[in-house]
Design a binder for this molecule. Sequence first.
Ligand SMILES: [Ca+2]
Ligand SMILES: [Ca+2]
Ligand SMILES: [Zn+2]
Ligand SMILES: [Zn+2]
Length: 633
Amino acid sequence: MHHHAIVGLILSALGAGSAIAHSHDPSWLESPIGLHLDLSGPMNVRGDGQAWATVHLLNLTTTPQYLQSIQLIRDGEVVDTNQLEQALVPVGKAAEQYRLLDAKIDAVLETDPEQARLLNAALQSPLATTSAASIVRRVDPGSDLSGTWSVEINTLVQGKLVQHVMPVCFSRNLPLPNGSTPAQQWVLDTTTGHWRVNVVVASRRGGTWLAGDQHLHTTWSLDAHALDGTEEGPAGYADAARAIGLDWIMITDHSNIHAWWGGEWFFTPEQHETARQEAANYRVTEDWPVLYSQEMGLGRTGFWDLPSHMLVYPLDTFDAPYLENPSSGLIFGLASCESEQVIIDRINVNGCYGFIAHPFKEGTLSYSMWDWDNGATGWAGFELWSDSSGDSEFQESDLAALQKWHELLGQIAAPTGGSLAQRPDFPTRFPVGIGNSDAHETSMIGSVFTYAQLNQVDPSSLREVLLLGRCIASDGPLVTIEINGAGIGDVAILPEGRGRVVVRLETTPEFGTVDQFTLVLEADGENIVEFPTESASGYAVEYIIDSPTMFQDVKYLTAWTQKDDLSRVALTNPVWLQSAAAGDVDGSGSVGVNDLLVILDSWGDCLGCPADTDGDGFVGVDDLLAVIGQWAP
Ligand SMILES: [Ca+2]
Ligand SMILES: [Ca+2]
Ligand SMILES: [Zn+2]
Ligand SMILES: [Zn+2]
């Protein structure tokens, strides 16, 4: 058999940046002295989504200014106006204090971490001043996003009118791929090793793929509020998520940040209830699934230690209860927390399950990486890709998560009897990988997200796909694997080792044609096929390998794609493989009545069915006789 070119791990060429995330700085930290202008909001929308821009203003000078108006301009015409008479309180002194402290922290961070930590706590005071002085207003372009856009801010400074102009890019794109784009179909001739393109154009396989983001911080997360100036709650986040074409979101406000801020304590059960209620009201009035939950701090119980983070997801309800979490998060608050197992147990006994957040990222003086040696059990999986930097780049820390994941998948026992063994101390049979944005403002929602095959979005369906691993981490393209009718997260039965694999890549004009993507199939974490995407065209392609031997000793298959400019990536969860003896079409280990029933159930044309014992694409008398010939119940 032809040996396919095995590509090097192209992903390893990624992540030229540092593995260590920069500490979460206020959005204005790098701004020059003057009026700080920042824009957020869903500006690139999909389908019929409504765009808007949220304008953040902060007077970083020492001179009082007066805001007169904020206008949205298209091709020289005013489209939306906020007429205002409002003081822009000067915070130049506080900003300068913050910068000085920040520089000092950097200087002593390596040599004197305790002093760095104390200095870090002192950042709270200037940050409170700047946070309170920020002004946020929204401008709306309407439904026609064509033209050249800008935001104009008019202020009065010492009696003089000053105008600031900031360009805005609004764009409208097609909805995210959902598995239904007609695809070119390529079939491998396993004897010659050549691919041939079928004239047949395949459309949808299986159900619809929907997309959601399970790691979001609204204004109720103190860091989003104070550092990014975020003022939207669950309803504003749901509006923005819908605008960019997501099908659900799970909000995970920080329940681990505790501080006195702007006249109230963060984060309290009352605040959790207020936000939870806002999400619940939104579901009633808008009939759209915004789930409300939390991100917790855990582990590293020493006073100077930094916690790692865990995402809490409700099992069968739209929201998780408030869970006590006495831990530090950022510069605000306490500096010790409870162990990993204490927090995970709290999550699990309260009708929820936990995913480890950004396991290989750390925020200077705010949170640490997951400690893989902590011995904790009970977690469901982890973020394979967490976009805490907001640029949807697949970083070195994400690559580290991917490699760790394959190491852990390698330790999972191969399926027997058609399923993977339960892990008594875990809610999942293998660590499930997901993708999330970790957005702290609306413009970052969905920068990385998770695809899942779903008929409807409700808590139990989401729990099922997230705990079974029927999902894909992505920032746009959709990659799926199917083998002998089994999909991602499931177990495929390979009659006498025979496997018919279908790997499908689907994109849109927003993400680029398929020939701009590398598409790789992996067996047990190693690349086994790089598909010839350069010969394909359009926005969807699928590759079929029907082989009697190629997959017989493989435990699991995964696939990934990457746009060749590295701007887009997608990573599947595994499909698990179990070879079965002749006639044992359900993989039970014996040949009996159940196998006959499977044959009768699949009777007729059936490409790649385990019941098709002779692999001729048809389940019929020959297959029935083959089972009877092997009869050994
Ligand atoms: Ca059987
Ligand atoms: Ca057959
Ligand atoms: Zn986090
Ligand atoms: Zn987070």
